[in-house]
Design a protein. Sequence first.
Length: 285
Amino acid sequence: MRIFDPHVHMTSRTTDDYEAMAAAGVAALVEPAFWLGQPRTNVGSFLDYFDGLLGWERFRASQFGVAHHCTIALNPKEAGDPRCTPVLDELPRYLEKDGVVAVGEIGFDSMTAAEEEAFTRQLAMAVEHELPAMVHTPHRDKAAGTRRTLELVEASGIAADAVVVDHLNETTLADVDAAGCWMGFSVYPETKMDEHRMVRILLDRGLDRVLVNSAADWGRSDPLKTRAVGEAMLVAGFTEDDVDRVLWRNPVAFFGRSGRLLLEDVRTELGAEHEGSSVLRGPRS
Ligand SMILES: [Zn+2]
């Protein structure tokens, strides 16, 4: 089983986790930029973190043969903090770097006006830099947050299928599906989505435009949950090819739009249909 975890915060995990993930079949991952568990007090704190994602974490992953990619953004939890918002001016130079495969995580945490402004500015950066966008949905007021998210995505002019709306569940997936965005599901050990609920969603909805991740971070979480979903899919009657599609080819297709995946043979993986595709629509596409 080859696995691409499209959302996992390795900065908060140990090197033993990398080893266990590699043994379970995880050959590639995306680490979205997020907060540090406690508030940052200055822009330099972001820059050291971004440099760590691009340097140290990529090296740590490479020791186990895991291709490490990241997304760069001002995260929703800090988007309302005036000590943090000036980092928006620093993002463009990071969005040009190798291995940066999307703008993210962006979106809403508490649905404030400041969060909305940072979200809108960063969607515009995704369009400008021709990158996909990874959008976090709030754990409270998820339905309202998801609806407002989709309105802002639509207004931004980014192609709907260049956006993944993450942390979905049974109640929020239909709106995201109807909008044409990719649907991200985070599989956790004890709360929210688990691998059995995930399999039921795949049985009901199908495999198209679905990304499954562990979202592992400092909280109780499990970076092997992607593997658990693959095993549960096989038990439920899905084929090995179905598992490969969900856990490998889907994330390769989505993040491959950046043109920055650090995988060998990625052009073969993507196939001719994605050649020359752009995240833009309208005059620039
Ligand atoms: Zn996250």
